[in-house]
Design a protein around this ligand. Structure first.
Ligand code: BDP
Length: 734
């Protein structure tokens, strides 16, 4: 007999109660036991720590029997993960079986892999390959939890969802979950070089051990794939956008194929950053002109070669004619010409091109914020169907706060994918606690108004606004060889949040923080509440102590470590801070209104109207769009200068509050992780203070205004801050 249960039914025979009681006892027992090994962050959010059962009655059935195939590599990975998770969470390994024959069973598979699932007749329509359902059901008379999908990979994603429910202490009773990703291509961009240096990386070397590949497959690659699959990330661009053509040589392609083999059972494809001039560097051609037949033939042959080694290769990511990288404009051709040439080479194999829109003129630009829009909007509709244009979240460069990029919504005939930065190049490297979930959420929810209210950036990239089938999102990875992967325990949350929002860009960053905290640290409310409170306040704290009110690009030159609001001169004006803040005796801010650079006009009329009007512009973006006098009245009643100083101080205070909250958790979090976070918070407090003092000293030297009452004068003269040097700061461009 196969029946679906409905909320309120209680089909469980008494035996189940015994199983539940046994499992709950185990759970409670294990929760009381100390961890068998020291926590070092390696296990990420997949620790599968025995759940603390606050209310045993609400815990629902445990899982006594596991019915999961292992015929395909994906099925085998799913089964392994479930066994590992269920055993660790409950202390009892579920009994494996071919069909459901007991209560408290877990049945996972597709209608093709399991006749019991086929007979359930679950509606799997519209779920695609990657979607899934999780359903409480009676299968052949037995109370069962079913994870079903159209394809093995959907089952794997569903299995991770189920494990997440268990890890976060949620009941397994009366489940009826239906999930499918809103975006198709959900990839990490590794800015990793072939010598294992990571550009803007703060967590050690690249995880790709190129020299030892393909002979040595570091088990870390499998754990990387597991972690990504658990949040639905389905691809990785293995090498830096500032690309070395060598990765396309046979020697490296063999290594790439080996990585692809490890990632494949977890639903991940590999992609490569392609250097546009590769036909010259490794192909012996005299040109890389995209209309040259020999160049086109070279790329076609290269694509054929790649696909013969990696049949499911994802495609190319390209940074062209940007910051000195070669590109089609070197030959008088457009970005579309370049992208289409590569797209044509990949199309027969089903590959895609992700062509970056992070471009700004080699000449002295009028306003760097306008450059990408000016170059790309005229190309709308001219890209092949297998091209995604990859746009950074804001018009400058991953700053702690930017308005959404004006390209979103402005290219209706071209699928645009989002590029977020997970590595914290501009938010304190890996020592500052800054949860980027709220930053991502703010951008995704921003309303472009291009088709009236409700035209969110999320709806631009998920294809629903303009009817695109191909959709995607990329995150610049913060992953390295550090034992804890991301350089700090809290930076793992940014990888996690990226994946969850890539799956569903309308999730709330707070909910994601709660989930992550429960899995990473503890289900204890006395931990969850303060930790989530810290996380949710943390990004705004960074904005405050590095430069609030829409200030941007104020960091040290080159390495981007610490404050540098005085940075001027050098090769180009738009690589300086003074270009962006435009502070002088009379005021501060970049006039991007219609009276200024007119960047506001790149937004749809209702948005442009708001940004053009100093009275309507949100104060968080005031100095992004307006140059205003130092005594400009603010909503707080303070004048601008006083408000700025107030915000610098507020940022430092927020870090102090985070430290206090964290020290209150001493004893509730394992000693190793607690100590490292505490030490990093101390670094953050010092550096927040440094940012504040240096910035206040600098801006005061320009404004000539007295410090507001109660504000402490910077302990050093401005000159002191200006002379600090950091010659070996990590992650700098080589
Ligand atoms: C900037 C980084 C630089 C990257 C560039 C990019 O400083 O290292 O190469 O972005 O995205 O933020 O291409």
């Amino acid at each position: 007999m196969l029946t679906l249960t409905h909320a309120g039914d209680d089909p469980r025979p008494p035996r189940i109660a015994r199983t539940v009681a046994a499992l709950v006892c185990w759970g409670v027992l294990l929760a009381a036991m100390p961890a068998l090994h020291a926590e070092d962050g390696y296990e990420l959010w997949l620790r599968y720590a025995p759940a603390v059962v606050a209310d045993p009655d609400s815990h629902g059935p445990g899982i006594a029997q596991l019915v999961a195939g292992s015929e395909s590599p994906v099925q085998a990975a799913t089964r392994r993960e479930l066994l590992r998770g269920l055993q660790a969470l409950s202390g009892v390994a579920p009994v494996g079986a071919d069909t459901v024959t007991e209560d408290a069973a877990l049945l996972v598979g597709t209608p093709a892999s399991s006749s019991q699932i086929a007979r359930l007749g679950l509606d799997l329509e519209g779920l695609g390959r990657e979607g899934y359902r999780i359903r409480s059901a009676i299968v052949d008379g037995h109370a069962t939890t079913v994870v079903a999908a159209n394809d093995d990979i959907g089952v794997l994603y569903g299995a991770f969802h189920l494990l997440r429910l268990l890890q976060t202490g949620q009941p397994l009773a009366d489940l009826d979950i239906r999930e499918a990703p809103r975006l198709q291509v959900r990839v990490l961009n590794h800015w990793d070089d072939l010598d294992r240096y990571v550009e803007r990386g703060y967590s050690g070397q690249s995880i790709w051990d190129w020299h030892r590949l393909p002979g040595w497959l570091d088990p870390r690659y499998t754990d990387y794939a597991r972690a990504n699959a658990s949040i639905g990330i389905n691809g990785a661009v293995l090498n830096n956008v500032n690309a070395n053509a060598d990765v396309l040589t046979p020697m490296y392609l063999e290594k790439v194929a080996a990585i692809a083999g490890v990632l494949r059972p977890y639903g991940m494809k590999v992609y490569l950053s392609a250097r546009f001039s590769a036909p010259m560097q490794i192909g012996g051609l005299a040109t890389a002109d995209p209309v040259d037949p020999a160049v086109q033939a070279w790329w076609r042959a290269k694509a054929d070669e790649i696909y013969s080694a990696i049949p499911d290769f994802g495609g190319f990511l390209v940074k062209a004619n940007s910051e000195g990288q070669p590109g089609p404009q070197d030959y008088g051709r457009s970005h579309a010409d370049g992208a289409n040439m590569l797209a044509d080479a990949l199309a027969p194999h089903g590959g895609i091109v992700m062509w970056r829109a992070f471009v700004y003129s080699d000449e002295e630009p009028v306003d760097r914020a306008r450059q990408a829009y000016n170059e790309f909007v005229p190309l709308d509709g001219r890209f092949r169907d297998n091209v995604l244009v990859q746009v950074k979240n804001g018009p400058i460069d991953f700053q702690p706060r930017e308005p959404f990029h004006p390209l979103f919504g402005a290219m209706p005939r071209t699928p645009l994918m989002m590029e977020f930065q997970i590595t914290k190049e501009y938010l304190g490297f890996s020592t500052h606690l800054a949860y980027t979930g709220p930053l991502y959420e703010e951008v995704l929810r921003a309303d472009t108004h291009v088709q009236g209210p409700g035209s969110s950036v999320a709806r631009v990239i998920d294809g629903s606004l303009h009817g695109h089938a191909l959709t995607g999102i990329a995150g610049v990875a913060n992953i390295g060889s550090d034992r804890n992967w991301s350089g700090s325990h809290f930076d793992q949350a940014n990888w996690y949040a990226f994946g969850r929002l890539a799956w569903n860009p309308e999730l709330s960053s707070r909910d994601i923080a709660v989930e992550w905290t429960r899995m990473t640290f503890s289900n204890d409310a006395a931990v969850v509440e303060p930790v989530v409170g810290m996380m949710m306040a943390s990004r705004e704290a960074v904005v405050d102590y590095t430069g609030a009110l829409g200030l941007h690009h104020l960091m040290g030159r080159g390495h981007h470590y610490g404050p540098g609001p005085w940075v001027d001169g050098g090769p180009r004006a738009d690589w300086t801070s003074v270009y962006f803040h435009r502070a002088d005796r009379n005021g501060i801010g970049f006039d991007r209104t219609r009276r200024g650079s007119d960047a506001v006009s790149q937004y749809a009329a209702p948005v442009a109207g708001v940004f053009d009007d100093v009275a309507q512009t949100p104060e968080e973006l005031l100095l992004w769009f307006h140059h205003v006098p130092w005594d400009h009245p603010m909503r707080s009643g303070r004048r601008l200068w006083d408000e700025l100083v107030f915000r610098y101080d507020r940022g430092v205070d927020a870090v102090r509050d985070m430290r206090a909250a964290w020290s209150g958790l001493d004893g509730r979090i394992d000693a190793g992780r607690h100590a490292q976070v505490a030490a990093f918070l101390a670094i953050q407090q010092d550096e927040a203070q440094w940012w504040r003092d240096a910035s206040v000293a600098y801006f005061q030297s320009i404004s000539g205004m007295p410090l507001p009452a109660g504000a402490a004068p910077p302990p050093h003269a401005l000159e002191h801050y200006k002379t600090l040097e950091f010659p070996h700061a990590p992650g700098d461009t080589k």
